[in-house]
Every structure is written in C-alpha cells, then in structure tokens.
Write a protein that binds this ligand. Structure first.
Ligand SMILES: NC(=O)c1ccc[n+]([C@@H]2O[C@H](COP(=O)([O-])OP(=O)(O)OC[C@H]3O[C@@H](n4cnc5c(N)ncnc54)[C@H](O)[C@@H]3O)[C@@H](O)[C@H]2O)c1
Length: 341
C-alpha cells in the first residue's frame, strides 16, 4: 500500500508521515511538496529512523507519484491565522486546492485509489474533490471531525480523570464553528457519561468549548497542529489499508441521512476497503439533529458561494449510479474488490 502525501513537507504532512512510519502498516510513504527541498529533508529525516521502526520505502517525489499511489493524502494548504475561522480560509485555499486536483488528474489518479482531504476548510474541499476528481464518492474522504473527536475524548479524559482510550464521545457536522457534540451516546468505560463521577452539564460545556477552540489555541502556541492531526489521519489510512471497517467521523458526501443532502460533512461512517462502506444514522436528540442540519446549511451556503465563483453558477455533486446511499446497506463487494490490497 503506497501512500503519497501532497503537502508532505509541511507540518501536517510530515507529522502524518511520521505517524504512518510509527504505525508500520503501509509499505511506501512518498512526500510531495511545492517546496521540494523541504519534502526531501523530511523524507531523509524519516528514513534515518527506519532501521528502528519498520521496513518501508520512504522518499520524496513529484506529482507523477500520484499515478502509482493507493492512497493520496492532501495536506497542502495555507494555515489558519490565530483569529481566522476555518471558513475564512476559503478564498485563499480553494484556488490552490483546485490547482492541485487538476495536477492530480493530469498525473493520472487511478480509479481505485483513495483520496483523503485534510486541507481546510476540509468539508468544502472534500466536496470539490468529490465533484472534480471523477472518483466514486466513497473513495474521497475528508478528515472531517476525526481530529475534533480525538481532542474531545482526550480533553474529557483529562478533566474527568478517565482512561482516554475508554472515552467514547463524538463530534459530528462541520470541522469548524458549527461542529456538534453528541452527548446522547457518550460513554466512559461503558458507563453513560452523565453517570461518571465529576461530570455535569457545566463541565461538559466547558470541555466542548475548549475542544472547539483547541485548533486556534495550538496555532497560537506552536504555529499549527501536527502530532494529533497526524495520528488522526493515520486512523483513516489504516482503516482503509487494513479494511478494519472502523466507524469514524469522517467527512463524506451525505445524500439522505439525517435529512441532509448534497454536502460533505461528518457523520459516523464505516471506513474500510472501498472507502466509505456505510453512513450510520444515530438516534440523536432533537437538539443534536438540528445542530447537524445547521452544519449542513452553513456548509451548503459556503459551497454555493464557492461554486458561483468557480463556475459562474451552483452545480450539484453527482453520486456514482451504483452508490448505495441507503443507510445501513453495505457497498456491494464487486464495487470495491478492485481496490483491495
Ligand atoms: N482537517 C484538519 O483537521 C486539519 C488540522 C490541521 C491543519 N489542517 C490544514 O492542513 C493544511 C496544512 O497545514 P500545515 O500546518 O501543514 O501547513 P504548512 O504550511 O506547514 O504546510 C503546507 C505545505 O503545503 C505545501 N504546498 C503549498 N502549495 C502546494 C502545492 N500546490 N503543491 C504541493 N504542496 C504545496 C507548502 O509548501 C507546505 O510545505 C492547512 O490547510 C490547515 O488548515 C487541517
């Protein structure tokens, strides 16, 4: 399994490469960056540790590597300024991103490869990638709220003195200001979270606020997120590479679930061979469901502005004819075995 990282010379891209190296699951890691020296330097540094970790091929390359990649992770982009919202990044990042998609198409993306979008605003850019790359929508996956969810779990664990790997609490919707905490299904070590000693609504609200502001705080303190986002991306890469079918809050094209249509945003999604295998519709509280629908509305409005600027008028993302949008219905095996490694 070869993973190429476009933006691999940057903080998120190089942290992803390091997380994948430590994971030791994928066989090749290729770093691609407009700053070729930076990509070369990061690849060299990673390679120097190879004898202590795993037998992988790690190198820097150019866009032509896309044609032989199984998974392409896009982390190239401009970083958010400390007080800038993710959606404010739009105008600065859309043009850059569309240029990268065009370069990928020229290089020849295989129809059975997977694309993982990380650059912000991730939900908007994931939608553009679904629409422009010509891959099945199931194979284009945005990181969505995977990072927000892991931050949420870790923050809850710290505050409530609980083991972080036993905290299960989701954030869904937009990777941005309208993200939604899902308290109704949150548990710690199998207990409903509201039965955990020390938890109450005020504590919960404080932790969610800290989680929502975590990205801006990290940017202010160290310039940008690296380690946690690298591990979050690894979670998605490994779910595909190992066909583990983990349910992750990735951003995918939603057409029906939760009454939402024609946007990419995070809902619980089974990820494995073939990419998105199932979008799961949880029984949410009315407040949570409305929150999710609000995220969809915010994103659709933004997309309409972006599309108008790019094409002179809004258009719709098309799902592949055979795509199983129905909730809970697995993608037929014939649709994904071609990509199995
Ligand atoms: N989705 C998430 O959860 C999440 C989390 C953190 C950061 N991000 C986003 O990831 C992106 C990267 O952040 P970063 O901190 O790594 O920034 P960075 O500046 O450290 O790295 C970006 C890299 O992209 C490269 N690049 C720019 N244009 C390119 C092109 N056309 N082709 C190839 N490479 C190109 C740059 O040379 C640079 O090395 C930003 O958009 C940021 O907002 C997303």
């Amino acid at each position: 399994m070869k993973v190429s990282i476009i933006g691999g010379g940057g903080l998120v891209g190089s942290s992803t490469a390091y997380a994948l190296q430590c994971g030791g699951v994928v066989s090749s890691i290729c770093l691609i960056d407009a700053n070729a020296d930076k990509a070369q330097g990061e690849a060299l540094d990673l390679l120097h540790g190879a004898s202590l970790v795993a037998d992988q091929r790690i190198y820097a390359g150019d866009m032509s590597e896309v044609a032989t990649s199984n998974i392409i992770v896009i982390t190239a982009g401009l970083r958010r300024k400390p007080d800038e919202s993710r959606l404010d990044l739009i105008n600065r990042n859309v043009d850059l991103f569309v240029g990268i998609l065009d370069q990928m198409k020229s290089a020849g993306v295989k129809e059975n490869s997977y694309v993982i979008v990380v650059s912000n605003p991730v939900d908007v850019l994931t939608y553009l990638a679904v629409k422009r790359l010509g891959l099945a929508w199931q194979r284009v996956i945005g990181l969505g709220t995977v990072l927000d969810t892991t931050r949420f779990r870790s923050n809850l664990a710290k505050k409530l003195q609980a083991p972080s790997t036993q905290v299960n609490a989701l954030i869904l919707g937009e990777h941005g200001d309208s993200m939604v905490p899902i308290w109704s299904s949150a548990t710690i070590s199998g207990l409903p979270i509201d039965q955990w000693p020390g938890f109450d609504v005020t504590v919960g609200n404080e932790i969610f606020a800290a989680t929502k502001g975590a990205g801006a705080q990290v940017i202010k303190l160290k310039g940008g997120a690296g380690f946690a986002v690298g591990l979050s991306i690894r979670e998605v890469v490994h779910a595909i590479a190992l066909d583990s079918r983990r349910v992750l809050p990735v951003s995918t094209l939603v057409n029906g679930p939760y009454g939402i249509r024609d946007v990419c945003l995070s809902v619980p999604t089974e990820v494995g061979c073939g990419g998105t295998r199932k979008q799961i519709e949880l029984a949410l509280t009315p407040k949570e469901r409305l929150g999710l629908q609000n995220s969809a509305r915010v994103l659709r409005e933004t997309l309409e502005q972006v599309e108008s600027r790019l094409t002179g008028g809004p258009t719709k993302a098309t799902a592949t004819p055979a795509s199983p949008m129905a909730i809970g219905r697995a993608i037929p095996r014939s649709a994904w075995t071609a990509g199995k490694k």
